[in-house]
Ligand binder design. Structure first.
Ligand code: URA
Length: 189
């Protein structure tokens, strides 16, 4: 499929990227994974240690929570989705990505959105949500509704790491956000 090939080419190009200083610290670029023609795309913040080592987004604790919520609320596994991050390389000590790093990496994410062309984008946490909505408010204010962006719907939710830290109430709100995404996808009521 053309989309898959173009994504692979872009991933190959990104694998040697030195646009920002995160290149000095990474084990490898974590470009993205999943169905290149998915209707549902997740955008996280940045690879962590597990992701940096394995080369895939959301394979650590946060990813396990995401997998569980996907299964329990949407009845699918990650092969139904495409998963990417705002920045493709792990920031040292898992610090927040910096504005210049996000800006350097932006064209990769934009290309992933264009090529996958999902109907629904679920942004996980502040960085992805603010970037794709062009807003500065925090996730607590921005979540709880969907936003039309061209032909797509953007559904902001908490980052799974925040849900792991905060527990029950935040997980319940993530579940509600995923149900919102499911309805927009027409995958159930
Ligand atoms: N957190 C993220 O934002 N992305 C990952 O891929 C893993 C943890």
């Amino acid at each position: 499929m053309a989309t898959g090939r173009e994504l692979e080419e872009l991933a190959r190009e990104a694998s040697t990227c030195v646009r920002c200083p995160l290149a000095d610290h990474r084990t490898q670029v974590v470009f993205g994974s999943g169905d290149p023609a998915a209707d549902l795309m997740f955008v996280g913040e940045a690879p962590g240690r597990d992701e940096d080592l394995q080369g895939e987004p959301f394979v650590g604790r946060s990813g396990r929570l995401l997998d569980r919520l996907l299964d329990e609320e949407l009845g699918v596994d990650r092969t139904w989705c495409y998963i990417a991050n705002v920045v493709k390389c792990r920031p040292p000590e898992n610090r927040d990505p910096r504005t210049e790093e996000i800006d350097s990496c932006r064209s990769y994410l934009d290309a992933q959105l264009d090529l996958v062309n999902p109907l629904v984008v679920v942004t996980l946490g502040n960085f992805a949500t603010r970037l794709l909505l062009g807003m500065t408010e925090g996730i607590t204010r921005l979540r709880g509704r969907s936003y039309p962006i061209g032909d797509r719907h953007l559904v902001p939710t908490y980052h799974p790491a925040a849900a792991l830290r905060s527990g029950g109430a935040v997980v319940a709100e993530m579940r509600a956000d995923l149900v919102r995404a499911k309805r927009l996808l027409g995958w159930g009521r």
